[in-house]
Each structure stands twice: as structure tokens, then as C-alpha cells.
Design a protein around this ligand. Sequence first.
Ligand code: IMP
Length: 499
Amino acid sequence: MAHYYNEPSRTFSEYLLIPNLTTKDNVPANVQLKTPIAKFKKGEKSTVELNIPFASAVMQAVSDHNMAVALAQCGGISFIFGSQSVVDQAEMVRKAKNYKAGFVVSRSNLTPEHTLQDVLDLKDQNGHSTAAITDDGTPTGKLLGIVTSRDYRISRDSLGKKVREFMTPFSSLIYGKMGMTLSEANDMIWEHKLNCLPIVDEQGNLVHLVFRKDYDRHKENPNELLDRNKSYVVGAGINSKDYAERVSALVAAGVDILCIDSSDGYSEWQRETIQFVKNNFDVPVGAGNVVDREGFLYLVESGADFVKVGIGGGSICITREQKGIGRGQASALIEVAQARDEYYERTGIYVPICSDGGIVHDYHMTLALAMGANFVMMGRYFARFDESPTKKLKVGNNYVKEFWGEGSNRARNWERYDMGGKQSLVFEEGVDSYVPYAGGLRENMEKTLSKIKSTMCNCGSNTIAELQSKARITLVSATSLVEGGAHDVILKESSLSAE
Ligand code: IMP
């Protein structure tokens, strides 16, 4: 006979935290968000720790090398998406590992044959006022000039003007040579009163741009997540099919931690994949996703270094509707966290868990941590920012960014959603969508983190571990949900857009 769970499975929105005594040292400035993400023995330390408990999802629309760098600069980690060729994914890992703070790959590029209208469109699209002009319009083509807003005047007649007629040509540019240090580049920027210094290789191909504002920014990254060689810490997603080839390329590229990416991780394929990694490489590997004790223990006993929790809760996910599998994210997390704690008691081995998917409000992150997650993985949250790899578009009066699931046809992720090796999905488990554009990652995350820290202070906790041991969590009734938001007042326009 089937096994029945007597309790309904629940989501984060059904819970609230009850404050504990806030002592005088419970102030946001004292809150530490450091968290382990790879298993460790009692008395030892995790080999990989995050400075903030955030990971960006293993998704094409979320985690490329740019996101990896931006998030590591703030103390979190990206798992670069695996639904691309081994070569391309390893190259992204390499780019993030080799990233030198302050040296950026040019994101606005045109050829001399483009027009002023193209320059303005590009500026509107990605907000950069500097465009590199290369022979082929790529960020690594031969550098022929630079266009900034000081190079043109906008009039009706000038919109069709070719870039070559008004760009600052290479012959008049101050540029740096590949291999120079950031402080040398910065000296040139100051000496020549520049806003942007292009860096070229020996053949005159563009390699990087150094911006005056980025140098200042770099000095403002006290929380950045660095490895022993002072490179950013970077993760990558793998699948349980081509791991033999993929893992060795990723390890050669310098990846710090792997994550098997699957909608249902309670499988013999995951066990084989974990064991292959453990037998051949010295790199931690997480596995998942699971939603109960059995799934957790199976992966841990197979050797997983962390376990990811969540099926069907993702914003773009339609797995529950399509297949009828899954579990409310809060219930899944609570059960797996209990299993993790019991396993630690029994064996002295602590296996971090990650709550993946279904985070809608910032307070859901605090709840997830309080319920036992060591870190949270998010797709939608990060997809909204400038640093995500997708296009920013104007739909109606609003700016949006594209965001699609790994189980949508668009992702062509045959390994995650295997339907017998056919090059199409028999049915989709994810949708193709837009998310409201929210601006830069750093500014948004600072706000989110201050909310988390503030709530932790309400709960009398200065660390995540303390929050987990002290948290008092209550279910809320459907009726009382209404009283949680603004109610019985007429909102002014300015309050309608508040998160
Ligand atoms: P979000 O933070 O709610 O957007 O959820 C992101 C998570 O959804 C990812 O980390 C994946 O675990 C999951 N996911 C990504 N793509 C799909 C899909 O197409 N179908 C189902 N789940 C997905």
C-alpha cells in the first residue's frame, strides 16, 4: 500500500519567525554570514566556505562567468551552467578564475560601419556609455577606436552617421598593454585623466577595459570570496551522463566545487557520478535535488559533499504540474535538515545543505537559513540583475530580463531532463519567461543582506549556526497572512512599488 504523509507539505510563506531576546551586541554590524558548503568532520573546518550564504542557480539565464565574478566579489558563489559544451563551460570557469579585478571584458562593442543610432540603441540596452569599436564588433577583435558620449552630438541628421566618422581612432587613443597590473593601469588613468583605458595584446586586439570607477569599486570588496591564489571561488554544474569528460575539463580550468544538477537526485546515476568524482579528483561535489530524509541519506552515503533540497518550487518550474512530483519547499527543508543533524550526531560528519528554488521574498532566505539551510540557491533573484547573461528588454513601459528554465525547450538541456537521448523534450518541465529588471547585483544584495541581518538580530543571533539553534518558527493561518501585508489602507503610488 502507498505510504501517506499525514501533514500537507508547506512553503516558506506559511511560516514566520518569533523574535528572541535581542541583546546589545545583536546589531547588524556584528552579524557574520560565513557558512560551510562542503562536508567536514567534527572539530575541522569546511574546505569551502562562503562569506554570504548565496549561490546562483545552475542555469543558462543566471550563472555565467560574469555572474560568477560579480557574486564572488560580494562573498557568494555561482555554479556555472552545465547545459553547454564541455569546452564552453570550462572556458567560462577559466575566465572567472583568471579574472583580474578591475580588468573587464568589453560588453558594448560595434564596428566602424555601425551608425550613431546603433550606438544609442546599445547604450539604451545595456547602460554603458563607452563602446569599443573593433574590426568584427566582438570584445576581442582588433581595436580600431572608442566611442563615448563626448564623441557625438545627437541631432536628427546625425543619427545615420557612421561610427568611423566620429569615434576616437586607435591612433589617438591612450591604451595599455596586456600583462600590466591594475595599479599600472590606474596610474595611466590618472595621468591622462581618462575614464576608461583599453588594454590590447601584441597584435592590437582588444583584451580588456579598465574603468576608473571599477578601480574604486575593487577597493570596496571587503567580503570577496577568494581561493588560496587570490582568484575568485567558482562552482560549476555537471550532469550524470558526460561527467567523465566534463569533470576533468572543469578541474583543469580550476573549478573549486561541483554540483550535480538534476531535478530528481535520488538516483543510482547520481551515486555513480559522485563516486567517479571522488575516485578520480580532489574536488568537492554536491548532489541533488532531494526532498526527504531517504534521498539525503542516499546521496550522503554515496559521498556527496553537500546536498541540494527542492523539487518543483522554482519560479519557472512546472515539474509538479507536469509530473506530479515534488514537495513544499519548507517541509522538504525541515525534514532534510533534521536528517543532516542526526547524521552529524551519529557520525561526526557535517554535510551542508542548500535550499534550492522557491525563494520569493527576502525573508524566505532568512527562514530557509533558520530552518537549517547552510546556503540558498536562487535563479529568479539573480536573473533580474545587470550581471545575469540574458537580454534586458523593454516590454510596455517596463524593463525586463529574459529568464527560462533548464527544463524548457529553449535550454536544450537534454542531460538534466533525459528523455532517452532524443534531441527534443517530449514535454517541458520549465517555462520561458521575463522577470522585472532590478538593476545591479551589489546594490540589491546589500538591501537583502541588511534585511537578513536585521531579522537575525531580532532572533538574538549573530551567526547562522546561532540562528539555527535558537530560531522559533510558527505556522501562520491563511487568514493571518492578510494581516502580514499592508491592509485596510489606501496605498500611495510610491508604496506600490516597494518590495
Ligand atoms: P528560483 O530561484 O525559484 O528561480 O528557482 C531556481 C531553481 O529552479 C534552480 O536552481 C533549479 O533547481 C530549478 N530549475 C531550473 N530550471 C528549471 C526547470 O526548467 N524546471 C524545473 N526546475 C527548474
